[in-house]
Design a binder for this molecule. Structure first.
Ligand code: 3PG
Ligand code: CO
Length: 555
């Protein structure tokens, strides 16, 4: 018989206030000048590391430890926060889509059958991130989907591309578009009318998240759906090359463009009777577009036209909103998360971040579920992010404000768990601006200090960790670890996440004497943190959770 009731921990007390800090994009790597965490002044994190060896360790945050297909897959916030919150490792979107394509199940599923009904009379539109980053989407999956869809009868296909440069090197968009357009040319030889139709840079067009800036989605809507954009080209390759050269924009921020025919007419607006698939498996940056494509009632911007289409997501992006209602692959079923258990066991929770990471400590933490489980037990606070800027110009972001809210929540003694995400090292790391990233790391470290100080005041416990690496390595390296140079002799800036492990530190006056990290889980990863935190709240974790990382020795 299932019960939400957790067993009491035999040795650890209940009722302590736990300050749970997730530093976004803060990994552990060798010290050198491209390690911004090393270069930055980070006395708080340094002291946690140097302080007590049995209270600081590394945990794995990439590859199979977080449910990704291989050990070559860098970590990311979705899978990292899923693992932290759910306490188990679920096969994630990237892997589930791989299975569905390899087995052919994708093309037999309800979602594909639904869009297939449009193949005779309408166009199939594929919209999504074009790269091999493996964080939101993968180019090889897109190519397999194109192949499968044309074999299943799609006669007219239009691809709407969002260039990356964030999960992959800047400038790599050119190669990805080339690969895609070669494949589209192959399809044309086989009689399928297939081409690129529109696009733009992911951070400026279509892929905003957590409703930070609807203007981003509107630019995408205008280009993909209405066929309207300030720039017009004859091919995707021409678009990407010329926009990079002529506007100076990088891959992340390319302006919106449409592809036109010889008469200057857009080749692929979305019209009544068409089918649309958003090819990203990751939810956060597709939810806003999914709402615009699916919701009859919608007031975030003027859609001008709302075509009657058959729309499916690669996955269902929100399990609570059931959005979109049609999808090609069922998402991982991340149920019985630690947040839900704790709410059922009397643990009061406060969760906070700024907009760009707010869903990370709420939606992702709770297994891709929006909203809280029980509003009487939980308070989720979003601090508005600055919008319309790249965060290298404001590297401190809202770290101080987040820390102040966390401090106030801790000092109020109303909550047992005060959980925050500090975005700086990740968001600024993604800009590739090394100097700004150093400032970002310092700001995050100061925020950690403020939270730890508050924990000291109430006799609580702190748990400090991260979701994946980023700022600790800002340069692309060869296999031996030496920085790679481009053809002009400049280093290649690494804007993406890394494969590095992340720190996990525990401490504070409320930590019972004798609590220390076990030595027998050397390969522990982010998924082990949930059971650890449950123990510190005074409970045993459910038996199917990944094992706790702490033990209590009698002194
Ligand atoms: C993004 O969406 O900003 C990046 O692709 C991944 O960053 P995150 O996983 O840290 O959110
Ligand atoms: Co990131």
């Amino acid at each position: 018989e299932f019960s939400w009731k957790l067993a009491d921990h035999p040795k650890l007390p209940k009722g302590k206030t736990i300050g749970l800090v997730v530093l976004d994009g803060w990994g552990e790597a060798n010290p050198d000048k491209y390690n911004c965490i090393h270069v930055a002044e980070t006395p708080t994190m340094d002291s946690l590391k140097k302080g007590a060896p049995e209270k600081w360790r590394l945990v794995r945050a990439h590859g199979t430890a977080v449910g990704l297909p291989s050990e070559d897959d860098m970590g990311n916030s979705e899978v990292g926060h899923n693992a932290l919150g759910a306490g188990r490792i679920f096969a994630q979107g990237a892997k589930l889509v791989d299975y569905a394509l390899a087995s052919g199940k994708m093309f037999e599923g309800e979602g594909f059958k639904y869009i297939k009904e449009s193949f005779d009379a309408g166009t199939l539109h594929l919209i999504g991130l074009l790269s091999d980053g493996g964080v939101h989407s993968r180019l090889d999956q897109l190519l397999l989907l194109l192949k499968g869809a044309s074999e299943q009868g799609a006669k007219r296909i239009r691809v709407h591309i969002l260039t990356d440069g964030r999960d992959v090197l800047d400038g790599s968009s050119v190669g990805f578009v080339e690969t895609l357009e070669n494949e589209l040319a192959n399809l044309r030889e086989k009689g399928v009318d297939a081409q690129t139709a529109s696009g733009g840079g992911r951070m400026y067009v279509t892929m905003d998240r957590y409703e930070n800036d609807w203007g981003v989605i509107k630019r995408g809507w205008d280009a993909h759906v209405l066929g309207e954009a300030p720039y017009k080209f004859r091919s995707g390759l021409e678009a990407v090359k010329r926009l990079r050269e002529e506007t100076g924009a990088n891959d992340q921020y390319l302006p919106p463009f449409v592809i036109v025919d010889e008469n200057g007419k857009p080749v692929g607006p979305v019209v009544d009777g068409d089918a649309v698939v958003t090819i990203n498996f990751r939810a956060d940056r597709m939810v806003m577009l999914a709402k615009a494509l699916e919701y009859e009632n919608f007031d975030k911007f003027d859609r001008v036209r709302f075509p009657k289409i058959r729309y499916a997501g690669m996955l269902q992006y929100d399990g609570e909103l059931l959005l979109p209602s049609h999808y090609l692959v069922a998402p991982p079923e991340i149920e019985r998360t630690s947040g839900e258990y704790l709410v059922h066991n009397g643990v009061r929770t406060f969760a906070c971040s700024e907009t760009v990471k707010f869903g990370h400590v709420t939606f992702f933490w709770n297994g891709n579920r929006s909203g809280c489980f029980n509003p009487e037990m939980e308070e989720y606070l979003e601090i508005p992010s600055d919008s319309g800027i790249t965060f290298n110009v404001q590297p401190k972001m809202k770290a101080l404000e987040i820390a102040e809210k966390a401090r106030d929540a801790i000092l109020s003694r109303k909550f047992h768990q005060v959980r925050v995400n500090l975005p700086n090292s990740d968001m600024v790391g993604h800009t590739g601006d090394i100097e700004a990233t150093v400032v970002a790391c310092k700001a995050a470290d100061e925020a950690v200090k403020m939270i730890i100080d508050a924990i000291e005041q109430v006799g609580g416990i702190y748990v400090v960790t991260a979701d994946h690496g980023n700022a600790e390595d800002m340069v692309k390296r060869n296999k031996k670890g030496a920085p790679l140079l481009d053809k002009d002799g400049n280093i290649q800036i690494l804007t993406s996440h890394t494969l590095q492990p992340v720190p996990l530190a525990i401490g504070g006056p409320g930590l019972a004497p004798g609590v220390r990290f076990r030595k027998d889980v050397p390969n522990g990863g982010l998924a082990n943190v949930a059971a650890t935190v449950m123990n510190l709240h005074g409970f045993e974790a459910p038996s199917d959770y990944e094992p706790t990382l702490v033990e209590v020795v009698d002194n």
